[in-house]
Write a protein that binds this ligand. Sequence first.
Ligand SMILES: [Zn+2]
Length: 334
Amino acid sequence: MKFRLGTALTGALLLGALPAFTESDPDLSARHVAAAEAAAGDELAHVLGHCSKIGKSFTIPHDKGHEMLERLIGKGDPRTTAVFDNLIFLGTAWVTAWAIPTSDGIILIDALNNEDEAKRYIEGGLRDIGLDPVDIKKIVVSHAHGDHYGGAVYLKDKYGAEIIMSETDWQELEKDELQFDDPLWGRPPQRDVSVGDGATVTLGDTTITLLETPGHTPGTLSTIVPVTDDGELHKAIIWGGNGLNFGPDAGRFVQMIDSQRRLAAMAREEGFDVFLSNHKTLDGTYTKLDAMEAGAEGNPFVIGSDKVERAFTALSHCVAAQLASFDPEAVPAD
Ligand SMILES: [Zn+2]
């Protein structure tokens, strides 16, 4: 009798402690996938990654993480290109660094995986395009993951560039254990310049704005960059982090949905007409570079604020669809 009572109690406690893992609402997921597909249309299908494999695991096992990283870093295939007068793509087939040349030096957004990539793709890429890496003055790190900060310490040591990150994500790097770590990544930088939501960074004639858009990490920064195309002004938004690799933490999913909805609304209000990411699969960079090389009319990176809004709307619906797979009650109303 005692044993049975104990078993029943244990069962009840488990059920009480883990309701989130036992529920899913496939209809709600399907509604959000449909809404995401409607928002994306054919032209923005590259933003729909999270709409596949609904209910996938959101945790990367450590041993698999290393293998995956090795494979992703090995993809290489850099395609350094000036996509605007003042915005240079320095990325590879996996992860992207953007360079913003100004009248007083270069602002870098993200620093790739490690020193080797910083040498080959950032220094090498800048030289290929006729710029001098000695002019790198500021490095904005979008968030506290090694594929974005890995080359930062090398560039700071060599050129004295300052490293800018959100206060929230500096604190992530100061924890006893990093969310992810791997010997393939350069060591995390020591705390340098700390910013919050809405901070501006000015170098020479250029001012960029940093928005704290939490979700992927607690302090992910997205960046607004005024860019020009043959002198014509456009406004780019670089979305700072989209992976759902932090476990089934409903609060973080909701944060990400809120961030994406905020940027969808801002796209209209602020006139963002260029949607970029720090991973080329999400913003379709290589497809757009192909179009540029094929002599496309106009700049393929200028998609208009309606499409930028739709991209963020689609992203938010895919995250909602995934959230509905383990905690449907947490999915915010539209
Ligand atoms: Zn990340």
